[in-house]
Ligand binder design. Structure first.
Ligand SMILES: Nc1ncnc2c1ncn2[C@@H]1O[C@H](COP(=O)(O)OP(=O)(O)OP(=O)(O)O)[C@@H](O)[C@H]1O
Length: 273
Protein backbone atom coordinates (compact mmCIF):
# COMPACT_ATOMS: atom_id res chain seq x y z
CA UNK A 1 0.00 0.00 0.00
CA UNK A 2 1.22 3.45 -0.90
CA UNK A 3 0.10 6.53 1.00
CA UNK A 4 0.69 10.03 -0.27
CA UNK A 5 -0.03 13.32 1.42
CA UNK A 6 -0.66 16.43 -0.55
CA UNK A 7 -1.68 19.99 0.14
CA UNK A 8 -4.89 21.36 -1.26
CA UNK A 9 -4.23 24.59 -3.23
CA UNK A 10 -7.27 26.44 -1.93
CA UNK A 11 -7.26 26.08 1.81
CA UNK A 12 -3.94 24.35 2.52
CA UNK A 13 -5.73 21.64 4.45
CA UNK A 14 -3.83 18.41 4.31
CA UNK A 15 -5.61 15.78 2.32
CA UNK A 16 -4.68 12.15 2.60
CA UNK A 17 -4.94 9.97 -0.43
CA UNK A 18 -4.85 6.27 0.07
CA UNK A 19 -3.72 4.36 -2.96
CA UNK A 20 -3.48 0.58 -3.18
CA UNK A 21 -1.27 -1.09 -5.70
CA UNK A 22 -3.06 -2.72 -8.63
CA UNK A 23 -0.01 -4.25 -10.28
CA UNK A 24 3.53 -4.54 -8.94
CA UNK A 25 6.65 -5.77 -10.69
CA UNK A 26 9.36 -6.83 -8.27
CA UNK A 27 12.90 -7.35 -9.56
CA UNK A 28 11.63 -8.43 -12.96
CA UNK A 29 14.37 -9.47 -15.37
CA UNK A 30 14.07 -10.72 -18.93
CA UNK A 31 17.18 -10.86 -21.12
CA UNK A 32 16.87 -11.66 -24.84
CA UNK A 33 20.66 -11.94 -25.08
CA UNK A 34 23.64 -10.73 -23.06
CA UNK A 35 22.75 -7.04 -23.11
CA UNK A 36 19.25 -6.73 -24.55
CA UNK A 37 16.23 -6.87 -22.30
CA UNK A 38 15.05 -5.55 -18.93
CA UNK A 39 16.88 -5.86 -15.63
CA UNK A 40 15.62 -5.76 -12.05
CA UNK A 41 12.53 -3.73 -12.82
CA UNK A 42 10.59 -2.51 -9.77
CA UNK A 43 7.44 -0.72 -10.76
CA UNK A 44 3.88 -0.40 -9.55
CA UNK A 45 0.68 1.14 -10.86
CA UNK A 46 -1.73 2.17 -8.13
CA UNK A 47 -5.42 2.87 -7.90
CA UNK A 48 -6.31 6.48 -8.79
CA UNK A 49 -3.04 6.79 -10.70
CA UNK A 50 -1.84 7.52 -14.22
CA UNK A 51 1.71 6.24 -14.44
CA UNK A 52 3.98 7.17 -17.34
CA UNK A 53 6.65 4.87 -18.72
CA UNK A 54 9.18 6.86 -20.68
CA UNK A 55 12.45 5.97 -22.36
CA UNK A 56 14.29 6.00 -25.66
CA UNK A 57 13.67 3.59 -28.54
CA UNK A 58 14.74 0.14 -27.42
CA UNK A 59 14.88 1.14 -23.71
CA UNK A 60 12.60 -1.73 -22.62
CA UNK A 61 9.12 -0.20 -22.29
CA UNK A 62 7.31 -2.75 -24.47
CA UNK A 63 9.15 -5.59 -22.73
CA UNK A 64 7.84 -4.33 -19.37
CA UNK A 65 4.31 -4.21 -20.78
CA UNK A 66 4.65 -7.71 -22.24
CA UNK A 67 5.81 -8.98 -18.85
CA UNK A 68 2.77 -7.35 -17.17
CA UNK A 69 0.44 -8.96 -19.71
CA UNK A 70 2.13 -12.36 -19.28
CA UNK A 71 2.87 -12.28 -22.99
CA UNK A 72 6.38 -13.54 -22.30
CA UNK A 73 8.07 -15.63 -19.65
CA UNK A 74 10.33 -13.63 -17.37
CA UNK A 75 13.71 -14.95 -16.20
CA UNK A 76 13.47 -13.62 -12.66
CA UNK A 77 11.18 -11.63 -10.36
CA UNK A 78 7.48 -11.56 -9.59
CA UNK A 79 4.36 -9.85 -10.85
CA UNK A 80 1.61 -9.22 -8.30
CA UNK A 81 -2.00 -8.25 -8.84
CA UNK A 82 -3.54 -6.48 -5.84
CA UNK A 83 -0.97 -8.10 -3.58
CA UNK A 84 -1.14 -11.64 -4.98
CA UNK A 85 1.65 -13.10 -7.10
CA UNK A 86 0.42 -14.02 -10.58
CA UNK A 87 1.24 -17.31 -12.28
CA UNK A 88 0.66 -18.40 -15.85
CA UNK A 89 -2.26 -20.57 -14.69
CA UNK A 90 -4.13 -17.39 -13.62
CA UNK A 91 -3.63 -15.87 -17.06
CA UNK A 92 -7.21 -15.84 -18.37
CA UNK A 93 -8.95 -14.30 -15.36
CA UNK A 94 -6.06 -11.93 -14.78
CA UNK A 95 -5.98 -10.65 -18.38
CA UNK A 96 -9.72 -9.92 -18.26
CA UNK A 97 -9.04 -7.23 -15.70
CA UNK A 98 -6.65 -5.37 -18.00
CA UNK A 99 -7.49 -3.23 -21.02
CA UNK A 100 -4.61 -2.98 -23.47
CA UNK A 101 -3.94 -0.84 -26.51
CA UNK A 102 -0.74 -1.89 -28.30
CA UNK A 103 1.36 0.49 -30.37
CA UNK A 104 0.96 -1.63 -33.48
CA UNK A 105 -2.48 -2.03 -34.98
CA UNK A 106 -4.00 -5.46 -34.66
CA UNK A 107 -7.54 -5.24 -36.01
CA UNK A 108 -9.55 -7.51 -38.26
CA UNK A 109 -9.81 -5.37 -41.39
CA UNK A 110 -13.07 -6.87 -42.68
CA UNK A 111 -15.02 -5.92 -39.52
CA UNK A 112 -16.76 -2.66 -38.61
CA UNK A 113 -16.03 -0.86 -35.29
CA UNK A 114 -19.35 -2.15 -33.88
CA UNK A 115 -18.50 -5.73 -34.85
CA UNK A 116 -15.07 -5.46 -33.21
CA UNK A 117 -16.64 -3.99 -30.09
CA UNK A 118 -19.31 -6.71 -29.95
CA UNK A 119 -16.69 -9.39 -30.41
CA UNK A 120 -14.67 -7.89 -27.53
CA UNK A 121 -17.72 -7.45 -25.30
CA UNK A 122 -18.83 -11.06 -25.73
CA UNK A 123 -15.31 -12.24 -24.84
CA UNK A 124 -15.72 -10.30 -21.59
CA UNK A 125 -19.18 -11.85 -21.03
CA UNK A 126 -21.00 -8.52 -21.35
CA UNK A 127 -24.64 -8.29 -22.37
CA UNK A 128 -25.54 -6.90 -25.79
CA UNK A 129 -27.29 -3.90 -24.20
CA UNK A 130 -24.29 -3.04 -22.02
CA UNK A 131 -21.91 -3.39 -24.97
CA UNK A 132 -24.06 -1.02 -27.04
CA UNK A 133 -24.43 1.50 -24.20
CA UNK A 134 -20.68 1.60 -23.44
CA UNK A 135 -19.70 1.64 -27.10
CA UNK A 136 -22.02 4.54 -27.94
CA UNK A 137 -20.56 6.67 -25.13
CA UNK A 138 -16.97 5.82 -25.95
CA UNK A 139 -17.35 6.41 -29.69
CA UNK A 140 -18.98 9.75 -28.95
CA UNK A 141 -16.11 10.82 -26.68
CA UNK A 142 -13.53 9.59 -29.19
CA UNK A 143 -15.40 11.25 -32.05
CA UNK A 144 -15.69 8.16 -34.22
CA UNK A 145 -18.79 8.22 -36.39
CA UNK A 146 -17.91 5.79 -39.20
CA UNK A 147 -19.33 2.87 -37.25
CA UNK A 148 -20.62 0.77 -40.12
CA UNK A 149 -17.55 0.92 -42.38
CA UNK A 150 -14.91 -1.81 -42.39
CA UNK A 151 -11.89 -0.70 -40.37
CA UNK A 152 -9.63 -1.80 -43.25
CA UNK A 153 -10.27 1.62 -44.84
CA UNK A 154 -9.62 3.58 -41.65
CA UNK A 155 -6.71 5.96 -40.98
CA UNK A 156 -4.18 5.13 -38.24
CA UNK A 157 -5.91 7.47 -35.78
CA UNK A 158 -9.37 6.01 -36.48
CA UNK A 159 -8.06 2.47 -35.98
CA UNK A 160 -6.53 3.49 -32.67
CA UNK A 161 -9.87 4.93 -31.54
CA UNK A 162 -11.49 1.55 -32.11
CA UNK A 163 -8.74 -0.15 -30.10
CA UNK A 164 -9.09 2.36 -27.28
CA UNK A 165 -12.87 1.92 -27.15
CA UNK A 166 -12.43 -1.88 -27.13
CA UNK A 167 -9.89 -1.64 -24.29
CA UNK A 168 -12.18 0.52 -22.12
CA UNK A 169 -15.41 -1.30 -22.96
CA UNK A 170 -15.36 -3.83 -20.13
CA UNK A 171 -14.40 -1.29 -17.44
CA UNK A 172 -11.02 -2.92 -16.63
CA UNK A 173 -9.21 -2.14 -13.39
CA UNK A 174 -5.97 -1.42 -15.23
CA UNK A 175 -5.53 0.19 -18.61
CA UNK A 176 -2.21 -0.19 -20.43
CA UNK A 177 -1.67 2.14 -23.36
CA UNK A 178 1.34 1.99 -25.66
CA UNK A 179 1.78 5.38 -27.39
CA UNK A 180 -1.92 6.29 -26.96
CA UNK A 181 -1.99 9.67 -28.73
CA UNK A 182 0.13 8.95 -31.81
CA UNK A 183 -1.97 9.86 -34.85
CA UNK A 184 -4.67 11.88 -33.04
CA UNK A 185 -5.67 15.49 -33.63
CA UNK A 186 -5.57 17.99 -30.68
CA UNK A 187 -9.32 17.74 -30.01
CA UNK A 188 -9.21 13.97 -29.62
CA UNK A 189 -6.04 14.21 -27.50
CA UNK A 190 -7.91 16.61 -25.21
CA UNK A 191 -10.85 14.20 -24.94
CA UNK A 192 -8.51 11.26 -24.22
CA UNK A 193 -6.83 13.22 -21.44
CA UNK A 194 -10.23 14.04 -19.92
CA UNK A 195 -11.32 10.42 -20.29
CA UNK A 196 -8.20 9.08 -18.54
CA UNK A 197 -8.50 11.61 -15.72
CA UNK A 198 -12.13 10.58 -15.11
CA UNK A 199 -11.14 6.96 -15.47
CA UNK A 200 -8.55 7.09 -12.69
CA UNK A 201 -10.96 8.93 -10.36
CA UNK A 202 -13.09 5.75 -10.36
CA UNK A 203 -10.21 4.02 -8.57
CA UNK A 204 -8.62 2.56 -11.69
CA UNK A 205 -4.99 2.66 -12.78
CA UNK A 206 -3.46 3.59 -16.10
CA UNK A 207 0.02 2.81 -17.43
CA UNK A 208 1.04 4.87 -20.43
CA UNK A 209 4.15 4.23 -22.46
CA UNK A 210 4.96 7.36 -24.42
CA UNK A 211 7.69 9.38 -26.09
CA UNK A 212 5.59 12.51 -25.70
CA UNK A 213 7.07 14.30 -22.69
CA UNK A 214 4.52 17.12 -22.70
CA UNK A 215 1.64 14.64 -22.61
CA UNK A 216 3.29 12.68 -19.79
CA UNK A 217 3.97 15.85 -17.81
CA UNK A 218 0.37 17.06 -18.11
CA UNK A 219 -1.28 13.78 -17.30
CA UNK A 220 0.86 11.48 -15.18
CA UNK A 221 0.87 11.35 -11.39
CA UNK A 222 4.11 9.41 -11.45
CA UNK A 223 6.64 8.67 -14.15
CA UNK A 224 9.23 5.92 -14.49
CA UNK A 225 12.19 6.57 -16.75
CA UNK A 226 13.62 3.43 -18.34
CA UNK A 227 17.11 3.53 -19.77
CA UNK A 228 18.97 0.58 -21.30
CA UNK A 229 16.59 -1.89 -19.69
CA UNK A 230 16.78 -0.46 -16.18
CA UNK A 231 14.81 2.01 -14.05
CA UNK A 232 16.79 5.23 -14.03
CA UNK A 233 14.28 7.34 -12.08
CA UNK A 234 10.76 6.95 -10.71
CA UNK A 235 8.50 9.34 -8.87
CA UNK A 236 6.15 12.29 -9.17
CA UNK A 237 6.95 14.64 -12.04
CA UNK A 238 7.10 17.72 -9.78
CA UNK A 239 9.35 15.93 -7.27
CA UNK A 240 11.77 14.76 -9.98
CA UNK A 241 11.93 18.19 -11.62
CA UNK A 242 12.62 19.88 -8.27
CA UNK A 243 15.26 17.32 -7.34
CA UNK A 244 17.16 17.71 -10.63
CA UNK A 245 16.60 21.46 -11.04
CA UNK A 246 14.82 21.02 -14.40
CA UNK A 247 11.95 23.03 -15.87
CA UNK A 248 10.36 20.24 -17.87
CA UNK A 249 10.30 16.48 -18.23
CA UNK A 250 11.89 16.87 -21.66
CA UNK A 251 14.81 18.82 -20.17
CA UNK A 252 15.25 16.20 -17.44
CA UNK A 253 15.05 13.31 -19.90
CA UNK A 254 17.53 14.89 -22.31
CA UNK A 255 19.94 15.86 -19.53
CA UNK A 256 19.98 12.28 -18.24
CA UNK A 257 20.11 10.39 -21.51
CA UNK A 258 21.68 12.50 -24.25
CA UNK A 259 25.46 12.88 -24.65
CA UNK A 260 26.57 16.47 -23.92
CA UNK A 261 28.27 16.56 -27.33
CA UNK A 262 24.99 15.85 -29.20
CA UNK A 263 24.22 19.54 -29.89
CA UNK A 264 27.71 20.07 -31.31
CA UNK A 265 27.28 17.00 -33.50
CA UNK A 266 24.05 18.43 -34.99
CA UNK A 267 25.80 21.77 -35.67
CA UNK A 268 28.74 20.07 -37.40
CA UNK A 269 26.58 17.81 -39.55
CA UNK A 270 24.30 20.66 -40.68
CA UNK A 271 27.25 22.97 -41.32
CA UNK A 272 28.87 20.33 -43.53
CA UNK A 273 25.78 19.47 -45.57
N1 LIG B 1 11.66 -10.72 -29.01
C1 LIG B 1 12.85 -10.11 -28.91
N2 LIG B 1 13.98 -10.77 -29.23
C2 LIG B 1 15.19 -10.17 -29.11
N3 LIG B 1 15.38 -8.91 -28.66
C3 LIG B 1 14.29 -8.21 -28.34
C4 LIG B 1 12.96 -8.76 -28.44
N4 LIG B 1 12.06 -7.83 -28.02
C5 LIG B 1 12.80 -6.74 -27.68
N5 LIG B 1 14.12 -6.97 -27.87
C6 LIG B 1 15.20 -6.03 -27.58
O1 LIG B 1 15.07 -5.62 -26.22
C7 LIG B 1 15.33 -4.22 -26.09
C8 LIG B 1 14.10 -3.52 -25.51
O2 LIG B 1 13.05 -3.54 -26.51
P1 LIG B 1 11.59 -2.95 -26.26
O3 LIG B 1 10.78 -3.27 -27.45
O4 LIG B 1 11.10 -3.42 -24.94
O5 LIG B 1 11.91 -1.38 -26.20
P2 LIG B 1 10.94 -0.11 -26.23
O6 LIG B 1 11.38 0.78 -25.12
O7 LIG B 1 9.52 -0.53 -26.21
O8 LIG B 1 11.31 0.56 -27.63
P3 LIG B 1 10.41 1.50 -28.60
O9 LIG B 1 10.22 2.80 -27.90
O10 LIG B 1 11.31 1.66 -29.81
O11 LIG B 1 9.15 0.77 -28.93
C9 LIG B 1 15.73 -3.73 -27.48
O12 LIG B 1 17.15 -3.75 -27.56
C10 LIG B 1 15.12 -4.76 -28.41
O13 LIG B 1 15.87 -4.87 -29.61
Amino acid sequence: MWISRRLSNENSEEEEVLRSSIITLTNVTKMYDRDKGIKNINLSVNEHEIHGLIGMNGAGKTSIIKAMLLQMLIDEGTISWQGNVINMKDEVSYRKRIGYVPDDEVLLDHLTPYEIIEFTGFAYEMTKDKIRQNAEGLFQVLQLSELHMNVGGFSRGMRKKVQLAAALLSNPKLLILDEPIAGFDPQVIYMIKQLLREWKLKGNGVLISTHDMGFAEQLCDRVTLIHRGEVLLSGSVSGMLAEHGCQSLEELFISLTLMPSAKELVKDVVANL
